[in-house]
Design a protein around this ligand. Structure first.
Ligand code: SAM
Length: 279
């Protein structure tokens, strides 16, 4: 490919397994005039693995604002400019949104070179409803702020996704169980790496497995938690029987949509209730 000039290319990189780099990302690394990286030493190692030597500049949370003029000037001068983070997709719990917003404001084109993210990798193996999810990124490290954030999420019916570090995985899971109750969860650890582990079950079951095994507390984590279940009492008996009858002839999503229009319960709650009846 010939990388378009004057465009800000947002390039995804692997989250562990280097073979997950895409063909387009490899080409972008080879062709870009200037590559902004969260940690230039880290990206230099990936470049040396790829056998390329792009011109690297740092762009992280502490200097992003100050880089805006430089990036937009380079784009106006017709350079092809790339952005990578240390791992996965830039802007997903990583720097970059301020620069992208500045490009939009200046009428400068932005283009993705999409690829891996721990977010979508974890969702793809979690076995929980993924038709609607809320990505919360990292919870606060302070206990009070973390518990407050979880309390605010208690009644969200979408599946919840969190990034977590080895320093807080045990405490965060304990807080989740105390606040959410014993919901189903999936903890995806070290995705795509040698010690990849996908634990699933109720919060109490998964917590036990992690707390009893120090090795299971190491590495990087994505925690996926089922959303709040609508109480069956909120779905009237009439709505339940209509839903079951329609589901005999229609796909579950469509049946839920029709009943939602009549009974005022959110479509997703009806859909989830229906799936529970079938499982
Ligand atoms: N931009 C990245 C992405 O697209 O996934 C995320 C960057 S964020 C600073 C780093 C966090 O992502 C880690 O603390 C962890 O929660 C999650 N993460 C990254 N790589 C992971 C992996 N291989 N397995 C599990 N979680 C991972």
């Amino acid at each position: 490919m010939s990388l378009r000039k004057g465009v800000f290319h947002v390039i995804a990189t692997p989250i562990g397994n280097l073979s997950d780099i895409t063909q387009r990302a490899k080409e972008a690394f080879a062709e870009v005039d200037l590559l902004y990286a969260e940690d230039t030493r880290h990206t230099a190692r990936l470049c040396s693995h790829l056998g390329v030597k792009p011109k690297l500049r740092s762009l992280h949370d502490h200097n992003e604002e100050g880089r805006i003029t430089e990036v937009t000037d380079n784009l106006r001068a017709g350079l092809s400019v790339g952005l990578v983070s240390d791992a996965g997709t830039p802007l997903i719990s990583d720097p970059g949104y301020r620069i992208v917003a500045a490009c939009h404001a200046a009428g400068l084109p932005v283009s993705p070179v999409p690829g891996v993210s721990a977010l979508t990798a974890a969702l793809s193996v979690c076995g929980l409803p993924t038709d609607s999810f809320l990505f919360e990124g990292f919870l606060a490290s302070r206990v009070g702020a973390r518990q407050k954030a979880l309390t605010e999420l208690k009644f969200v019916s979408a599946t919840l996704v969190f990034y977590e570090s080895k320093h807080r995985i045990v405490e965060s899971l304990a807080d989740m169980q105390a606040i959410f109750g014993d919901r189903k969860i999936c903890v995806a650890r070290e995705l795509t790496k040698t010690f990849e582990t996908i634990l699933h079950g109720t919060l109490s079951e998964v917590r036990l497995q992690i707390e009893q095994n120090p090795d299971a507390q190491k590495g990087e984590f994505v925690v996926v938690v089922t959303g709040a279940q609508v109480s069956v009492s909120e779905i009237t008996a009439e709505a339940q029987s209509l839903l079951l009858e329609l589901a005999a002839d229609l796909p579950p999503r469509r049946a839920a949509q029709v009943v939602a229009r009549h009974c005022g319960v959110p479509k997703k709650d009806l859909y989830n209730w229906l799936l529970e009846q079938k499982s």
